[in-house]
Design a protein around this ligand. Sequence first.
Ligand code: ZN
Length: 136
Amino acid sequence: MPRREPAKVELHCPACGRDSWLLRKPRYEGFSKVGETLSCALCGHEFASEADIPFKDSRRPMVFSEDDRPRPVKVFREDEKGKMCRYCAEYVVNPFLQRCGLHKCEVQATDTCPHFHPKPPPKETAEPESPDPFKL
Ligand SMILES: [Zn+2]
């Protein structure tokens, strides 16, 4: 059976203050293994036990986590979606902001507006509405 490479366990080392990873070495007393040495791979700081290791798993340095992400836009009800600015003929989008051409103001694609008037849906958001081949 091939030995599985142990996953690199990331941690934030309190001794050197860097994002490091765990170095796990068997500790011997004489010829018998008595335990493991858990240390920082960068500075060699030894952790007394696994419980003392500030693992990074719980708080990743990623800017976006699954929780931070805004709720998907797909959950809009159909009638709401029908009035959303992104589907409006007055909706103007450029790389930095989205504008309403009618009210001359900044809007969000998901805003809704009572003055909405529809435009043909853009290609990339159009649902594949292929005609039913079985329908005559
Ligand atoms: Zn360290």
